[in-house]
Design a protein around this ligand. Structure first.
Ligand code: NAD
Length: 479
């Protein structure tokens, strides 16, 4: 990666310095505890310099014809595919995702960028005539365009460092915004490689800045910065709430934590449900916002479901991301200790483990906890790890009430062959999305994606993201 192609702030991969004025560095430590690189710990002054440049450059970027902006983004997608092995390798090392999933993340990102370009090109605004309102005149014509908000602050989490960053960058850039990306510390090298591909694709300098540093030092500074026109945040609920308070009148889209339930009724295809639940709960070791984080199963089929889940969990490979294991070490020791504490709390309060529980460093074996009750923390808290609590219920109403008692409301799954019941339950669940007979998941990426209650505010998903990063601009012709 050449110095010239690097985004303005620069960073260091082990042994290879790139442009950077700050002397201070943050070490990037892998989930296995190895230092795999360093990035600049930017100061507030450096952030200020980056932001003031962005504001000037954004006006020029917005004037670049939409088709040409699209061509740059399409080249970016091609560039990501060309470099997918290198980028996937870094995702694997930095956040401990198995190699095949890391590669899928890069491919999915290229697809998302291409779709965003297509969608962006087809947003033309609208025209209204005055005479459809009482007393109005047909000579009054409103031309309603969508224009960029200006400078978008994109803050992304560790778990999809490339995809969840690009899911903010692509809609912002196609619609003429400049972007400041603040990736999670673990994940920032992957995000920087992705940004480097965008610079190689020809994005004018200064349209994108990648800002790295301590959340405590520059996070608040960025969020409350007068140069920022919009904040698109994905991460934990506490951080999101904090940002919402500081952002004041700046528009925000917040995608936060979840506690997605899988409701299994007595007539469900139990084997299929178990397969979906295990994949939904344990892929990337449960470190997904839309992971299935509790099962609410009707007592009649509970034993059968648990047996199927247990069988499938025993088939999961536990180990290192390099070996393409399904369950790998969690992001850091704080996360692993937190998950450990949830499991111990449940076991102490009478939960029955259906799998052998092991913890070695940050590696936690996939754990299925049966007979979980509402006194246990794991019923309500988001673990972000490989633990699946099973709560047995005796009626659909109890399932719905328990599901809705959560402070979160991201997604939910309902497994049943009875579509009338499925729709009826779906209509009662306080969540952004209900999956009928399928696991909870974000994709495909053009579907609207949102959380209610403490799971978020605002909507993402290609078109919705573009809308959130643009505003209506009305010009009235008085003929
Ligand atoms: N709903 C969704 O779309 C979605 C998707 C993925 C992850 N998540 C959630 O994200 C969480 C896990 O990710 P995480 O551990 O990276 O989350 P996090 O909240 O710890 O960090 C998210 C981002 O916010 C930054 N940050 C931290 N403090 C900040 C501050 N004061 N000001 C500005 N930025 C600050 C971090 O550096 C990081 O870039 C889970 O709760 C998960 O459910 C939600």
């Amino acid at each position: 990666m050449g110095q010239e192609t690097m985004v303005d702030v620069g960073f260091q991969l082990t042994g290879d310095w790139l442009q950077c004025s700050s002397k201070r560095r943050l070490e990037i430590v892998s989930p296995q505890g190895e230092v795999i690189g360093r990035v600049p710990a930017m100061t507030r002054e450096e952030v200020d310099r980056a932001l003031s440049k962005s504001r000037r450059v954004q006006k020029e970027w917005a004037k670049v014809p939409l088709y040409e902006r699209g061509q740059i983004l399409l080249t970016w997608a091609d560039e990501l595919i060309k470099r997918s092995d290198e980028i996937a390798d870094m995702i694997m090392k930095e956040v401990g995702k198995k190699k095949s999933s890391a590669k899928d993340e890069v491919t999915r990102t290229a697809d998302l960028i291409r779709y965003t370009v297509e969608e962006g090109k087809r947003i033309h605004g609208e025209m209204m005539k005055g005479d459809s309102f009482q007393g109005g005149s047909a000579g009054k014509v409103a031309i309603i365009e969508r224009e960029a908000l200006g400078l978008v602050l994109a803050i992304s989490p560790f778990n999809y460092p490339v995809n969840l960053s690009a899911a903010k960058l692509a809609p912002a850039l196609i619609s003429g915004n400049a972007v400041v990306l603040k990736p999670a510390t673990q994940g920032s090298i992957s995000a920087l490689l992705m940004a480097d591909a965008l610079m190689t694709a020809g994005l004018p300098k200064g349209v994108l800045h990648v800002v790295t540093g301590r959340g405590s030092e520059i996070g608040d500074w960025l969020v409350a910065h007068p140069a920022i026109d919009m904040i698109s945040f994905t991460g934990g609920t506490k951080t999101g709430q904090d940002i919402a308070r500081k952002a004041g009148m700046i528009p925000t889209v917040l995608e936060l934590g979840g506690k997605d339930p899988a409701i299994v009724l007595e007539d469900a295809d139990v084997e299929k449900a178990a397969g979906q639940i295990v994949s939904g709960a344990f892929s990337y070791s449960g470190q997904r916002c839309t992971a299935i984080k509790r099962v609410l199963v009707m007592e009649e089929v509970a034993d059968q479901l648990v047996e199927q889940i247990q069988k499938k969990v025993e088939g999961l490979r536990v180990g290192l991301p390099e070996d393409d294991a399904d369950v790998t070490p969690l992001i850091d020791s704080a996360s692993a200790d937190f998950v450990h504490s949830l499991i111990l709390d449940a076991l102490e309060k009478g939960a029955v483990s259906r799998t052998e529980y092991r913890k070695e460093g940050n590696l936690i074996s996939p754990t299925v906890l049966d007979h979980v009750t509402e006194e246990m923390r794991v019923s309500w808290e988001e673990p972000f790890g490989p633990v699946l609590p099973i709560i047995r219920v005796t009626s659909e109403q109890e399932a719905v009430e328990t599901a809705n008692q959560s402070e979160y409301g991201l997604q939910a799954s309902v497994f049943t062959k009875n579509m009338d019941k499925a729709f009826s339950i779906a209509s009662q669940l306080d969540v952004g999305t209900v999956q009928l007979n399928g696991k909870t998941e974000r994709g495909p990426d053009h579907f609207p994606f949102l959380g209610v209650k403490k799971s978020g505010a605002g909507v993402q998903g290609v078109r919705k993201s573009i809308e959130s990063m643009t505003r209506e601009k009305v010009t009235v012709l008085n003929l």
